[in-house]
Design a protein around this ligand. Structure first.
Ligand code: ADP
Ligand code: MG
Length: 248
């Protein structure tokens, strides 16, 4: 699969009353690359994620996904066009098993395709997609575990498995390492490295070791604006970023 731009956002602005939470942000997400978005609390990172996923409409600016304009479309339509996101707040059904959760996520996709598939075909396609997502996320050995009893790190893996079960091209991940210990964080970093081969990933993350280990490109936001964008080397060397954000 050749590297290509799968998502392109231009000059996004989101105002909440007098506050410009996102103020003129452009970003391109490439298949095979991880694009990290960093910045202090309140910088506008989650708002940017919500604009790309359709959870919030932008005030101005445009978004293209896989060549088609998706600006202002519903999250369902944008999901169908190939975008998957994980939320900071989990969508997991805690009393259900790992497998049942991934199967349900896969089914939500199957229902959309049901009109042109027989129910037997649709059933096996749904199972295959769920199986693939569960294995890719590294949760095969936890298949029958009740989601509420697995570790925090495994729950975050499960969220990613559920997102993968919808077969997205573009993944938006909002703080996937939040609250993780060292071993869990290392496992998640390895998972994201595996996922980037076939996906375009936007990673919002505070863990700078993980960000610099994973990112091919970085965008630094402060007060809704991009103060720097480039390769990890360029960002590390940027005096403005060091002063404003890295605390040096
Ligand atoms: P980050 O994810 O970088 O911490 P957010 O995108 O959550 O930042 O927030 C950016 C700014 O927008 C903050 O000042 C926040 O209070 C404000 N904000 C976020 N969502 C809303 C909303 N729905 N209504 C009003 N203000 C909001
Ligand atoms: Mg946030």
């Amino acid at each position: 699969m050749a590297d290509e731009v799968l998502l392109s956002a231009k000059n996004l602005v989101k105002r909440f009353g007098g506050l410009a939470a996102v103020n003129g942000v452009s970003v391109d997400l490439w298949r095979g690359r991880i694009h990290a978005v960093i910045g202090p609390n309140g910088a506008g990172k989650s708002t940017l994620t919500n604009l790309l996923s359709g959870d919030l409409p932008p005030t101005t600016g445009t978004i293209h996904l896989g060549g088609a304009e998706t600006t202002g479309r519903s999250p369902e339509k944008i999901s169908r066009a190939g975008l998957g996101r994980s939320y900071q707040k989990t969508n997991i059904f805690l009393p259900f098993t790992v497998w049942e959760n991934v199967r349900l996520a896969s089914q939500s996709r199957a229902q959309r395709a049901a009109s042109w598939l027989s129910s037997a075909t649709s059933h096996s396609v749904t199972n295959e997609r769920a199986e693939k997502a569960m294995v890719l996320a590294g949760l095969e050995h936890r298949r029958e575990a009740i989601a509420g009893t697995i570790s925090h790190g495994e729950q975050r893996q499960l969220e990613i498995a559920m997102t993968l079960a919808t077969e997205p091209q573009v993944l938006l991940l909002d703080e996937p390492l939040a609250g993780m210990g060292t071993v869990e964080a290392e496992r998640m970093v390895a998972l994201l490295q595996r996922l980037k081969q076939a996906h375009a990933i936007m990673l919002v993350e505070h863990d700078m070791d993980a960000v610099f280990a994973l990112a091919d490109r970085l965008t630094v936001m402060v007060n809704g604006q991009v103060i720097a964008s480039g390769t990890p080397e360029q960002i590390r060397a940027d005096a403005g970023v060091r002063a404003a954000y890295l605390g040096e």
